[in-house]
Every structure is written in structure tokens, then in C-alpha cells.
Design a protein. Structure first.
Length: 80
């Protein structure tokens, strides 16, 4: 499993990951955050590189780790 404590995650990276975990496409994430889909892709690419992830299955593990982290927090409104 990917340890999120070992990865530098910016506030924007976290917003992108939260929406990714919710099942949003890059285009949907871009719309929610008022950025381009290309910028979303770059956030994800940079995040995966920081985590040493080059394999699609490991990307799923990162998203799963983020989801689990969110489930452990108290109830908070999702990003709109």
C-alpha cells in the first residue's frame, strides 16, 4: 500500500485526488476546479512521479490510499 505521509501532496493535488477518488474524470475534475483537463493530468502525473508510481495498478493503490484516508476523517462536505 502507498503511504501518503511519504509523498509531498499540495493542497491542489489533494483536491484533484479527492475528486479522482469520487470517480470524476479528468474533464470533470477540471470543471470542478476551474482548471484545464491538461492541468489535471499534469497534477496527477507529478503526483505519481513523486510517489514513484509508473504502473497503472499502483495508481489505483494510491487512489485507494487516498480514499481510505478520507474515510478515516470526520464527516466533511465534499468539494463542490
Amino acid at each position: 500500500m502507498v503511504n501518503l505521509q511519504d509523498i509531498k501532496i499540495t493542497a491542489r493535488d489533494e483536491q484533484v485526488l479527492k475528486l479522482l477518488v469520487q470517480g470524476c474524470s479528468n474533464k470533470e475534475i477540471a470543471s470542478h476546479l476551474h482548471i484545464s483537463p491538461r492541468t489535471v493530468k499534469q497534477h496527477l502525473r507529478t503526483l505519481f512521479l513523486r510517489a514513484g508510481i509508473r504502473d497503472g495498478r499502483k495508481r489505483v493503490k494510491l487512489a485507494t490510499a487516498m480514499f481510505q484516508k478520507e474515510q478515516m476523517k470526520s464527516c466533511r462536505p465534499a468539494i463542490d
